[in-house]
Design a protein around this ligand. Sequence first.
Ligand code: SF4
Length: 421
Amino acid sequence: MPKGGKKNNNDIPQRLIARYNHLSALADEEALMSGMRSVFDNNYIEVLDSLSPVDNPQFGIYIHLPFCPTRCLNCERNSHITQDSKKIDDYLELLGKEISLVTERIGVGKRINRLHIGGGTPNYLTEPQLAHLVDMVDRNFVIDDATETSIDANPKRASATQLDLLKGLGFKEINYGVRDVNSKVQHAIGRVHSFNMLRDVFDITRNIGFESISMDFMYGLPAQTIESIESSAKKINSLAPDRIDCFAYVRSTSKLPHQIAIDSNLIPSRATKLAQFNEIVSVLTESNYDWIGLECFAAKESNLAKAKLQNKLKRDWIGYTLHPSKNLIGFGVNASSEVGGYYAQNYLDLDNWRKSIEENRMPIQKVVKLADKDLAKRDEIINLLCNPDLTQNGSLLIHNLDHIDTGKKAASFRHAMYQRM
Ligand code: SF4
């Protein structure tokens, strides 16, 4: 994007781009999951049975670890607050059983092209727990040099010893949850860490030899201003992460009552959020970043930025990649799977998830077989996330959105996006 980012605040494409910045999250919630029936579809089991260990080389795994030591006030995730490490041990034991329930179907020894551990706060686990988790994966799947392996982490909980272990366990990418580096904003959301600490963690991570360090940066948070966003974006730029995922804060106190603790007077207006997003675009693209997807910036020399230039950028549920997983199985509470044209959603609550596994049933709450039109819509959304012409006049973006906005589901999809902005 040219230097004119700030000047474009009132341009329709800029406003659309900012509004539709939630498209990836909503692609999961609204488009991919829309139409799910609350019945278990045994055909899904047959599809799993038909997967042989050697077929489907583009096969990925997502593991959800929901535990955190405290709750950030802005949290939108499926997280469980605990200080009891035994609860995490118990969860890992059930995860092992859930993995076995799947490998009994698809066979042990299937090669995976992507492994992502998300949360929650995955690096809240102790070192033995992290080692045990990876051991469970290793015993059931084949991870080789080409497998993309990544884990979410809270920088405040990262240490040289822990990072050394994660590198030794085979993780290539660390995705740090940062939100903002401004201390006023951090206090407003109850997630405080100093910039010096963050810089040290980035230095250690880089020195240990991780291939990629990514981080998130949120806008629309309480106490953020356009000036504070500019300052934070410049500081983040100085850390030189390989990728920056940029999301808007979404206030939803009916679903997430802990957000009530955030003073609503401190939340930026919708117009300010748009200007904040434009500010982020300006700062990052004027330095060393390419705006590669609606919510993603990648260092110019990174593989993702190069792939974007060559029109080879892809995306799956885990995120942007050159090698998306065609089949992706999620393990853990709240995890989702996509296998052979089916989407399956695990139980969202720990009790039902646990009960199912204890009864030797896959902890799946809902399954849907996507019709051709659903798959086409999914492909359109992914295409939009990867390939809108973000630097020109936005006509492609508008064209794509117009194309998507057909039918009842798309109307609710658009409405949901509007609500979230
Ligand atoms: S670390 Fe993430 S998942 Fe945990 S409470 Fe904070 S925002 Fe939620």
